[in-house]
Design a protein around this ligand. Structure first.
Ligand SMILES: [Zn+2]
Length: 161
């Protein structure tokens, strides 16, 4: 029996509960592990490498303007160092600087795994539902609240050191 694509999709969709993905979406999702790999190598190898060279460090990694001028850290202070530490599995040291590092390394890694699983299986696996739910829940007020909380965190973390 020959099934049309739409019929086959309907049958397999009913079996797994997840929507089949178009080829272009599978190809795009397959880029996720490479993007994450590049990010991880940058955090684990490239940035520590740049730190070793005074010239490159001065050229590429500027010290925080707010902290230099006032001594008060900004919400993103320590984020680069925290990301480098998290990429090396030094979770506690990373969290002490800025929670953004662990969030990027762990969250990015899980997202890359999820995207890869979707690409390989050819199914949505709840990704689009989660993405639209997250996007729906991002409001300016929530973003501002998150930045304020992060700022309080970096200020407290800075005074504890
Ligand atoms: Zn800063």
């Amino acid at each position: 029996m020959i099934l049309h694509d739409a019929e086959r999709d309907t049958i397999s969709n009913a079996k797994s509960g997840f929507r089949p993905l178009a080829q272009h979406w599978r190809a795009l999702l397959l880029a996720a592990p490479f993007v994450y790999g590049t990010f991880f190598i940058t955090a684990n190898v490239a940035i520590p490498g740049i730190w070793q060279h005074a010239f490159l460090k001065n050229l590429l990694l500027k010290p925080c303007a707010l902290r230099t001028a006032t001594g008060i850290p900004c919400p993103s202070c320590g984020a680069t160092r925290a990301t480098v530490l998290a990429s090396k599995g030094r979770w506690l040291q990373s969290l002490r600087l800025n929670p953004v590092g662990v969030f990027l390394v762990v969250g990015g890694g899980l997202l890359a795994l999820w995207c890869t699983a979707c690409a390989i299986s050819g199914r949505d696996l709840g990704l689009s539902k989660t993405a639209s739910s997250v996007l729906r829940n991002i409001t300016p007020r929530r973003v501002l609240l998150l930045v304020v909380l992060l700022w309080l965190y970096t200020i407290v973390a800075n005074f504890k050191r």
